[in-house]
Design a protein around this ligand. Structure first.
Ligand code: UTP
Length: 447
């Protein structure tokens, strides 16, 4: 713990001396609390956000294509299934975001999404894990990362719903970082309290370590973590092929990728830079960059990341042992800050966040895995328009229609009608086909 003099020197070095002036004006107890909050912050890293990638050094990454996937499916699915059966797989869902674009006050997961059952996003995600546990005949660790903004409500929401029949849900809370004004100076939320924001989905690495959950997983013999984000309603928890690939390739990390819908799609891109794979955010790229051809003639920036991974626990433990921390990235955002005139107002400033995909260049062995967008990706970001609840529900309904057709059902739906299949009945096509009697004809009723 820094002495008051050391803390003052650190703040001055990083252009934060206004915080000292503010501290001096506070009553004793509030000052002590404020200084303790300030002392927790790594001011050095906050002032040195990650540098953008020079696009000139970029080459394609190794990606297992859909064809290669089909060829290796039987053997790798078997390997992955054995890992699930042996209790070596955990599912981790990050749910700490502020959901600003969706515009809800409650955590995103509490959003009542499904058109017929009105199930919330949390319920759909939890039921996937329930369904997987039932299939395996044993529970598997389900970790849910919250943030200080979503923690209490998420825990009480799960408790109020009997944890959706899961024997155990392991909640752990991510950290925060100070939000900065346009000059890089820390802002206040109210007198005696820094304005902070959750430290991004990448905060999950540090939070796993700090909470002891990573050590616990390792002690339990968990070898692989299937990582998904709460706001992708189709992200699979039950994915033996993914786990099998991670196992067979002895990969530290697998990143699922999908063929971009168009060059300007706003996704992270999987590429190789300086001998390491990494994800380059669209914000770092120009319209010319994303149109560059690769050595094989295919677009260099071809593979987009839908934020689904498989982590080897061993890899995360190795990073933790060397005290690794994911870098911070700054982005310009409107913020509600307490200002010198004693009012809370919206100002332009910066949030700093860690991105989970920055683990990719840390991996000695990394591989991209091509997936079909329509099978696994239905993000919920905005209240209306693209990537909204309406598009996610439509994508889920289309997928369920395909499952039904694969089971021999003739499906024809009137405009605007939706199909919903409960994950408790089947959370994957394979499970659906194993359970569904088939040979039914669902008639269009117009309702
Ligand atoms: P987004 O980056 O889309 O952010 O999160 P968001 O907070 O949900 O939405 P906006 O940007 O405020 O509108 C992608 C995933 O990462 C999680 C979210 O819960 C979501 O599952 N996330 C994001 C965290 O867990 N913590 C964070 O600090 C940020």
């Amino acid at each position: 713990m820094d002495t008051p003099e050391e803390l003052a020197t650190t703040l001055k070095q990083h252009g934060q001396e206004h915080l000292l002036a503010h501290a001096r004006a506070l009553p004793d107890e509030a000052r002590a609390r404020f200084l303790a909050q300030i002392a927790q912050v790594d001011w050095e890293e906050l002032q040195h956000p990650a540098a953008p990638t020079p696009p000139a050094e970029v080459t394609p990454s190794r990606v297992l294509s859909l064809d290669e996937r089909a060829a290796r499916a039987p053997s790798l699915t078997e390997v992955g299934e054995a890992a699930y059966q042996a209790g070596q797989v955990a599912v981790l869902m990050v749910a700490g975001g502020q959901g600003t674009r969706l515009g809800t006050v409650a955590p995103k997961g509490c959003y009542p999404l499904m058109p017929l059952s009105h199930k919330t996003i949390y319920q759909v995600q939890a039921e996937k894990v329930w369904s997987l546990s039932r299939r395996l005949g044993r529970p598997l660790p389900f970790l849910v990362m919250t943030s200080p903004a979503t923690d209490a409500e998420t825990r009480s929401f799960f408790a109020a719903h009997g944890h959706f029949d899961l024997p155990e849900v392991r909640f752990f809370c991510q950290g925060t970082v100070p939000s900065l004004d346009e000059r890089g100076r820390a802002l206040l939320a109210r007198p005696g309290e820094l304005l902070t924001n959750p430290d991004g989905h990448g905060g999950c690495f540090t939070a796993l370590v700090r909470s002891g959950e990573l050590a616990r997983l390792a002690a339990e013999g968990i070898r692989h973590i299937v990582y998904l984000q709460v706001d992708n309603i189709l992200a699979p928890a039950d994915d033996p092929f993914l786990v099998g690939l991670c196992e067979a390739e002895r990969a530290d990390l697998i990143t699922k990728v999908l063929e971009k819908a168009h060059p300007d799609e706003k996704v992270g891109h999987l590429l190789r830079v300086g001998g390491r794979d990494r994800i380059i955010e669209y914000t770092e790229l120009t319209p010319e960059d994303v149109r560059r051809p690769g050595p094989d003639g295919a677009p260099l920036y071809r593979w987009g990341s839908p934020a689904m991974h498989c982590f080897s626990v061993d890899f995360l433990v190795r990073l933790a042992r060397r005290g690794y921390k994911l870098p911070l990235h700054r982005s310009r955002k409107p913020l509600h800050a307490y200002l010198d005139d004693g009012e809370v107002r919206e100002v332009q400033g910066y949030k700093s966040e860690r991105f989970i995909f920055d683990l990719v260049p840390e991996a000695e062995r990394h591989l991209g895995l091509a997936i079909r967008r329509e099978e696994e990706f239905a993000p919920i970001k905005n209240a209306t328009g693209a990537d909204s609840p309406a598009t996610a529900v439509a994508l889920a309904s289309d997928l369920y229609a395909r499952w039904l057709r694969a089971a021999g059902v003739r499906v024809s739906l009137p405009e605007g009608a939706h199909i919903e299949i409960s994950p408790r009945y089947a959370a994957t096509e394979a499970q659906f086909l194993a359970r569904f009697p088939g040979n039914l004809y669902i008639e269009e009723t117009g309702t």
